[in-house]
Ligand binder design. Structure first.
Ligand code: BDR
Ligand code: CA
Length: 330
C-alpha cells in the first residue's frame, strides 16, 4: 500500500486513553499526512488522572514527548461519572503501566487551550475528539465563535442503529450527553461522526493480535498487551473474539477516504431518559426537511483499514504482514 504524501493535516486529539485511544494516537503520530500538535485529555474510560498519565506515557513510548498534553474535564457537564474500566482496565490501558518519568502536562486547561490555539491558528486545526465531548463543549461555551475557525471536527462517538453501553447509546455520547448535544448544535462547519455502525467493522481479529506479538517490535508488543483484557471484555460481554479499534478508525478515515463511506445527516442527542446518550441520526436524503450537521460513517473497507493501520505502524514488516491481513480480512 503506497501512501500518497500530502501536506499534513494539523490536528489536536481530545482523548480518554483508553485502549483504542492509544492505538489511534500511535497511528496519528506515525502517519505522514497528520501532524499532531497537542493532546487534550478528558475523563471517560477512566478518570482524568489516569487518562492524562496514559497520554503522557503513550507519547513517551512513541518518542514524541515534545507534543504538549493539556489536562481537561474530570467529569461530565451534568451527568454523574461512570467509567468504562470493565473494558479498559482500572488504569485505562488493560493493566499496562507506561513509563512517564520526566514528562508532565503543559500549563493550562484543555478547553481554554483549544479556544486559544484555534484563535492563534484560525482554519488550520482539525479537532479530533475520541472521548466524551466535555472539553469541546466547554470550549464552545467559553467562545461560541470557535465554530467559525475550526475547519473540521472528527468525532468518534454515537451510532445510527446501535449502542454499546446501553442498547441505544454509545459510550462517549452517553458519558456526557449534554456535551454531545452542545457540540452537535453548535454550528461547526464540518462534523465527521465515526460511530459504532462503522467501528464495529474495525474489529481486530485474534489472528491479527497474534501477529503483533510476533513482530518483535515494542509498539506492536504494547498493542498486543493492552488489548488482552479488552478482548476478554468483548468475549465476556458480547461473545465476540477480537478487539474493536473504534478510535483508530476515526484517525484512519482522516487520511484515507476509501476506508469509510459516509451519509449526510442531521444528528440530535437524547440527553436523558431511557435513550440517554443516544444519537438520533436522520439521513437528510430521507428526511429532506432536516439540515445536515454531520457526515456519519457507514461502511468500512476493513481490510484497507488494517492495511493502513499496520503498514503505517510497522512499515518494515509490510511484506510479511500482507498475506496475514489478506487471510484475516478478505
Ligand atoms: C468509545 O468509548 C470508549 O470506550 C472508546 O475509547 C471509544 O472512544 C467507543 O464507544
Ligand atoms: Ca476513547
Amino acid at each position: 500500500m503506497t501512501i500518497k504524501i500530502k501536506e499534513p493535516k494539523r490536528i489536536v486529539i481530545d482523548t480518554d486513553p483508553g485502549v483504542d485511544d492509544a492505538v489511534a494516537i500511535l497511528l496519528a503520530l506515525k502517519h505522514p499526512n497528520l501532524q499532531v500538535e497537542a493532546l487534550t485529555t478528558v475523563a471517560g474510560n477512566v478518570d482524568v488522572e489516569h487518562t492524562t498519565t496514559n497520554a503522557l506515557g503513550i507519547l513517551k513510548l512513541a518518542g514524541r514527548s515534545d507534543i504538549p498534553v493539556y489536562r481537561g474535564a474530570d467529569k461530565p457537564l451534568e451527568r454523574k461519572t461512570a467509567h468504562a474500566s470493565d473494558a479498559h482496565g482500572d488504569t485505562g490501558l488493560g493493566g499496562v503501566a507506561l513509563d512517564t518519568e520526566g514528562v508532565d502536562t503543559a500549563t493550562g486547561e484543555a478547553a481554554q487551550f483549544i479556544v486559544d490555539y484555534t484563535r492563534e491558528h484560525p482554519d488550520e486545526i482539525t479537532l479530533v475528539p475520541i472521548g466524551p465531548l466535555t472539553n469541546i463543549a466547554k470550549a464552545v461555551t467559553l467562545d461560541p465563535s470557535i465554530v467559525d475557525r475550526v475547519p473540521e471536527l472528527v468525532i468518534m462517538g454515537g451510532a445510527e442503529f446501535t449502542g454499546n453501553i446501553t442498547p441505544s447509546a454509545e459510550f462517549n455520547f452517553w458519558y456526557d450527553p449534554h456535551a454531545a448535544d452542545i457540540v452537535m448544535r453548535a454550528g461547526f462547519k464540518k462534523i465527521t461522526m465515526v460511530g459504532l455502525d462503522a467501528t464495529s467493522q474495525a474489529f481486530m481479529s485474534p489472528g491479527t493480535r497474534d501477529l503483533l506479538r510476533r513482530l518483535q517490535d515494542p509498539i506492536a508488543q504494547f498493542i498486543y498487551d493492552i488489548t488482552e483484557e479488552y478482548a476478554d471484555f468483548y468475549w465476556e460481554r458480547r461473545r465476540l473474539v477480537g478487539a474493536e479499534l473504534c478510535d483508530a478508525l476515526a484517525v484512519a478515515a482522516m487520511v484515507d477516504e476509501a476506508v469509510l463511506e459516509f451519509v449526510d445527516a442531521n444528528v440530535e442527542i437524547c440527553v436523558d431518559g431511557l435513550c440517554e446518550g443516544r444519537s438520533v441520526v436522520a439521513r437528510t436524503e430521507r428526511y429532506r426537511d432536516r439540515t445536515k450537521n454531520a457526515a456519519v460513517g457507514t461502511r468500512v473497507d476493513t481490510k484497507r483499514f488494517f492495511e493502513l493501520l499496520l503498514n503505517t505502524l510497522f512499515p518494515e514488516h509490510e511484506a510479511e504482514m500482507a498475506p496475514i491481513i489478506t487471510h484475516e480480512y478478505r
